[in-house]
Design a protein around this ligand. Structure first.
Ligand SMILES: Nc1ncnc2c1ncn2[C@@H]1O[C@H](COP(=O)(O)OP(=O)(O)OP(=O)(O)O)[C@@H](O)[C@H]1O
Length: 251
């Protein structure tokens, strides 16, 4: 495994992985994301995006190749530290919210780290503020709208002070206002971001760079605006812009 320069947040080298049933989902993926970059991970259903993401904090391991997060190898020895540094926001916020109140959900991770209660309280307040949910700490998550629950799910990860935020389809099931509000939240976060999305305008708005995965390999990696203007690339990998959407017209 080559030594990444200190500014590399994510380094994936020749990653190949087959599920226990023998299905090969990744065939040698290389990906390097520098600190502070926002990168969209695009690709059709079944391309291997989730499989790749689950390698970033060691939920899946054991294939060929190597993954490093903030310079640390993702292996048994470094798993705890890796999981502190990489926060994954799953598609369904209800997978991430399980406590009686929003505040307890956001406090759960920092408390598990054994941080002093004053530090936990400060982190909860800051994370809720970052996602525009200050004042909701005492509410039960199931009383919130879907969009609010997704923002709280982001806060549960931010309270761990991750260096890298990985989001799985963050705009799915949001109404247009909720989608825009979440974009404003994400744009303001000072973290490295990898965003899995089928929402190509969202990728263009938030991520200067995109990586296209298909059939378990990276088939394109470059400026989002250029990739989305490549009609052959889009057609070849089942990527479709919304009707009437022209990336060239987006400022
Ligand atoms: N637990 C599993 N066991 C066997 N095969 C799996 C498993 N999970 C996923 N796969 C297969 O691995 C391939 C990649 O799946 P993956 O979920 O990573 O794709 P994806 O790009 O995230 O797709 P989507 O856009 O639909 O979420 C698919 O062919 C899928 O059927």
């Amino acid at each position: 495994m080559s030594e990444p320069p200190p500014d590399t947040s994510l380094l994936v080298e020749d990653l190949a992985f087959a599920y226990p049933d023998g299905h090969q989902a990744l065939f040698g993926v290389d990906l390097r994301v520098e600190r502070g970059e926002r990168v969209a991970l695009l690709g059709p259903n079944g391309a291997g995006k989730t499989t790749l993401v689950l390698h970033l904090n060691g939920i899946l391991r054991g294939g060929r190749g190597a993954v490093r997060v903030a310079g640390l190898p993702v292996d048994r020895q470094h798993l705890q530290e890796v999981r502190r540094r990489v926060g994954i926001v799953f598609q369904d916020p209800d997978d991430q919210l399980f406590m009686p109140t929003v505040g307890e959900d956001v406090a759960f991770g920092p408390r598990n780290l054994g941080l002093p209660e004053a530090e936990v309280t400060a982190r909860v307040a800051a994370a809720l503020d970052q996602v525009g949910m200050a004042g909701s700490a005492d509410r039960p998550p199931h009383h919130l709208s879907f969009g609010q629950r997704r923002r709280v799910a982001v806060a549960t990860v931010l309270s761990m002070h991750p260096e890298i935020l990985v989001l799985d389809e963050p705009s799915s099931n949001l109404d247009p206002a909720g989608r825009r509000e979440l974009a404003e939240v994400l744009e303001a976060l000072p973290v490295t971001m990898l965003m899995v999305t089928h929402d190509l305008p969202y990728a263009l708005q938030l991520c200067p760079r995109s990586v296209v995965l298909d059939d378990g390999v990276v088939v394109a990696d470059g400026p989002t605006r250029e990739l989305l203007a490549d009609t052959h690339l889009l057609a070849a990998h089942r990527l479709e812009l919304p009707f009437g959407f022209d990336p060239a017209n987006v400022p």
